[in-house]
Write a protein that binds this ligand. Structure first.
Ligand code: NAP
Length: 474
């Protein structure tokens, strides 16, 4: 569905009207038009700063070097010595930031892994405060912190959590020009796996992800770091359920863009639409209801015979059947529970017996409705919160087998599902976030593809909200 208001406010007349009436003027978001480049930040500047006791700066610089960025620094900043020392070890060339008139680099990475107490937090203030007025549209800010549980003092644990509030508020402030701010909570073991998350969070692939905290840790057994970032799914086979249209169709397209062969599944009634989605990406359509008693069996045997198994399984099929609980029939309850949650558990159980290749990755689609809850969605929210719990519980089990599982929680996304909402609810739904607009299916597909790829080797059992920092549960 088109966001006509966004288009209107992009014109100078529209901008004037919106500003006179005190209405939001949503920024135009830069999204990826092609797949990841071999070095996604080649030709781009990245401003790197750190707190004076930061411990991940070497890993950050090495990752940015792998991504091809030109690293800028601020020699007058309190943590400069830490950056300089890390650069000596990694042989990364540092360039001083330009003068007050220069636009700030489009990527800013602050290593705050050593921040402790209020003095430590002041270093973060000092770096950002003086630069926000000169921030270019669609700037990407990434702050790194250690998890509070890894902190070696009360001051460090306090500051680590303090940073989550800082980043969430910064995201709300800079969203007006399409810029994003996210926090990577990286453990020591996660330092080695930073390049992939940095590729995602500093690029156009995360245009609708802001104000989020994502933990990066050790990779599952046997995981290998990607040598380059383009076509990271070449040779992989990916299953996507509910692939005929909407978010599922976009997931199939973006997985294929990064090189995967896609097996798209949808209900037999959608066979025509499924075929139309699969044809341009040379995918395989499988007309199969995810709740069919033999769904797992048929999928496993199809995967075994045609491809020897799947590398990626994306559980996207989902429905809403909203009713206040007091009016909800058992049929509506069961239908939503069976499709959105029961089918995931059943299909995965069967696939884990046979039907997967080594190092498989699972991605499940949750919803911010499962985090914040909505009146009239007890059935839906139970399934979408259940998906988050499932990913958390399965992660350690899968890691031992060299596999991983994560979830993506979409906010308001422009699809047939949201086009059916009453007009006023729809308009409110798409504006109540830091970017003042709804996401598009590609936004969810980019996050799913990140989790499905080796770029997310260090992320397991997590849920990432792709919601423009929706004010509901953000
Ligand atoms: P959609 O446009 O309704 O597409 C869902 C697809 O799943 C449809 O092709 C649907 O087929 C298929 N499907 C439904 N039941 C199925 C079954 N039993 N077996 C196989 N396929 C089945 O929905 P969407 O907006 O793309 O949503 C995709 C996922 O994102 C869902 O899990 C949804 O809960 C989640 N989500 C969406 C939003 C949003 O704003 N759109 C927000 C949060 C979460 P039929 O048309 O035949 O039913």
């Amino acid at each position: 569905m088109l966001d006509r208001y966004l288009d209107f406010t992009q014109s100078s007349f529209g901008k004037q009207v919106a500003s006179a009436l005190g209405l939001p003027t949503p920024p135009r978001l830069e999204r990826a038009e092609v797949g990841y480049a071999t070095m996604p930040l080649a030709g781009k500047k990245a401003l790197v700063a750190a707190d004076a006791s930061a411990t991940a700066t070497g890993a950050v610089l090495a990752a940015l070097q792998q991504l091809g960025a030109t690293v800028q620094v601020v020699p007058g900043h309190a943590g400069f010595a830490a950056v300089k020392a890390a650069a000596l070890n990694t042989a990364v060339e540092l360039h001083s930031e330009g003068g007050e008139t220069e636009v700030i680099a489009p990527v800013i990475v602050f290593d705050a892994t050593g921040v402790a107490g209020t003095k430590g937090l002041k270093q973060v203030y000092e770096l950002f405060q003086s630069r926000l007025r000169r921030l270019a549209p669609n700037t990407r800010v990434v702050v790194l912190a250690r998890a509070a549980a890894d902190a070696n003092s009360v001051e460090a644990a306090t500051a680590a959590i303090g940073l989550t509030g800082f980043v969430r508020s910064l995201a709300k402030e800079i969203g007006k020009n399409g810029s994003t701010a996210n926090l990577l909570q990286v453990s020591k073991a996660g330092d080695a796996w930073l390049a992939g998350p940095l590729a995602f969070f500093t690029g156009p692939n995360s245009a609708y992800v802001t104000g989020q905290v994502l933990a990066v840790g050790d990779a599952p057994k046997g995981a290998v770091a990607p040598a380059h970032f383009n076509q990271s799914l070449a040779g992989k086979v990916a299953v996507v359920t509910g692939a005929a249209r909407g978010i599922g169709a976009a997931i199939a397209q973006i997985l294929a863009r990064e090189g995967a062969t896609v097996v798209g599944m949808d209900r037999p009634a959608e066979e025509g639409a499924l075929g139309a989605t699969m044809a341009p990406i040379n995918g395989v359509g499988l007309a199969l209801d995810v709740t069919a008693p033999d769904a797992g069996e048929r999928l496993a045997s199809e995967l075994k015979t045609r491809f020897g198994g799947a590398d990626i399984v994306v559980h996207n099929a989902g429905v809403t059947r909203d009713k206040m609980l007091r009016n909800m029939t058992p049929q509506l309850w069961d239908m939503v529970l069976d499709i959105n949650l029961g089918a995931i558990l059943n299909i995965n159980e069967r696939l884990m017996q046979s039907g997967l290749k080594p190092g498989a990755r699972f991605v499940c689609i949750s919803s911010i409705g499962g985090i914040g809850g909505n009146a009239g969605q007890t059935n839906y929210a139970a399934t979408k919160a259940g998906v988050i719990g499932y990913a958390e519980a399965m992660a350690p089990i899968l890691a031992k087998k060299g596999m991983a599982i994560n979830a993506v929680a979409p906010g308001f996304i422009e699809t047939q599902m949201t086009a059916m909402m009453p007009a006023v609810n729809r308009e409110v739904g798409r504006r109540v976030n830091s970017l003042a607009q709804g996401g598009v299916p590609q936004d969810i597909a980019e996050a799913v593809t990140f989790f499905a790829s080796p770029l997310a080797n260090g992320v397991n059992g997590r849920t990432l909200r792709v919601c423009g920092q929706n004010w509901l549960g953000a």
